[in-house]
Design a protein around this ligand. Structure first.
Ligand SMILES: O=C(O)CCC(=O)C(=O)O
Length: 291
């Protein structure tokens, strides 16, 4: 089976900084992924505080669980490992990054009706700058993404521009004050799609996502990938673990340096744990308005 992106799709990604591909995940596999998620959420109902697996919303209780994110789902259930190596995704990433790439991070943002917080404007690049920007995220819709359950918003072409200020009161806050930074949001694209659709977006692309104001779930799993010769400027904690994350190709010990705009996410965010926490210093005063 040829799962490569076409030349037109590669050109579209290079031009706009993102791509949407429908019908990537098989229906039966989607059912498996969603039931594995349900199982994890049953476990999350038993805990009271966010931990290395779950990011809990402020109103979380065991009788009314409110889980915003499952971190590194591939470490907790093999069905997600299977998704990480899913040929119809891997081949597409190879079309954009080449044969050498590793997982930087895995996460599932749940946006359930009970924890459907917005994600404010940001560039992933501000969280994890690398030595070159062959870095992207694949988003997998495990549920339909509809106009009222938390669409992703992309600004086409913004991956070619600057890296914006993501600080607030002197600390990294993981979100941009779009007015202060004078950002033109007139061309925002609101992304919807059926479960099984994937998005691919460049790490420098300006994006956000709306709150879930519906009564249905919106599960969206993101694999963040980086070329093996793109080294994280924040450093690595454990060289062996770093190399264990290689999905395709070999370890590369001489980082490729290119002229990319960088701002370091330091001093670190006051609220740690997830993007929802990092952004709190900004979003707490916002009335859910992104555009
Ligand atoms: O869950 C979403 O809609 C996207 C969130 C996002 O941009 C992120 O987690 O970096």
């Amino acid at each position: 089976m040829n799962y490569n992106l076409s030349n037109d799709q590669v050109n579209e990604y290079n031009e706009n900084g993102y791509l949407i591909v429908e019908n990537v995940i098989h229906k039966n596999f989607l059912t498996e992924l969603n039931s594995a998620t349900d199982k994890m959420l049953k476990y999350a109902a038993l805990i009271n505080n966010s931990d290395e697996q779950f990011d809990l919303g402020d109103n979380h209780t065991s009788s009314k669980p409110s889980v915003r994110r499952i971190k590194q789902p591939q470490n907790y259930n093999d069905v997600f490992k299977k998704l990480l190596f899913y040929p119809n995704i891997i081949q597409k990433v190879i079309s954009l990054l080449g044969n050498n790439f590793r997982l930087h991070n895995g996460k599932m943002n749940l946006k359930s009706p009970s924890a459907g917080d917005l994600v404010d404007w940001h560039q992933d690049w501000a969280f994890y700058p690398h030595s070159n920007d062959d870095v992207l995220a694949v988003g997998i819709m495990l549920d339909d993404m509809t106009l009222d359950n938390g669409t992703v918003l992309f600004v086409p072409g913004s991956h070619k521009g600057e890296v914006y200020d993501h600080h607030h009161n002197g600390y990294f806050a993981g979100a941009i004050d779009t007015k202060k930074s004078n950002i033109d949001l007139s061309n925002v694209k609101e992304i919807t799609g059926k479960a099984g659709t994937i998005t691919i977006h460049h790490a420098r692309l300006l994006h956000a996502s709306k709150p879930n104001i519906s009564k249905s779930n919106r599960r969206f799993l993101l694999w963040e990938f980086a070329a093996n010769d793109a080294w994280p400027l924040m450093g690595i904690n454990n060289y062996e673990e770093f190399n264990k994350k290689i999905i395709s190709g070999n370890a590369i010990n001489n980082p490729r340096l290119t002229q990319v705009p960088v701002r370091m996410p330091l001093p670190a965010a006051i609220n740690q744990g997830s993007i929802f926490e990092n952004q709190k210093t900004i979003t707490k005063n916002k009335k859910n308005i992104l555009i």
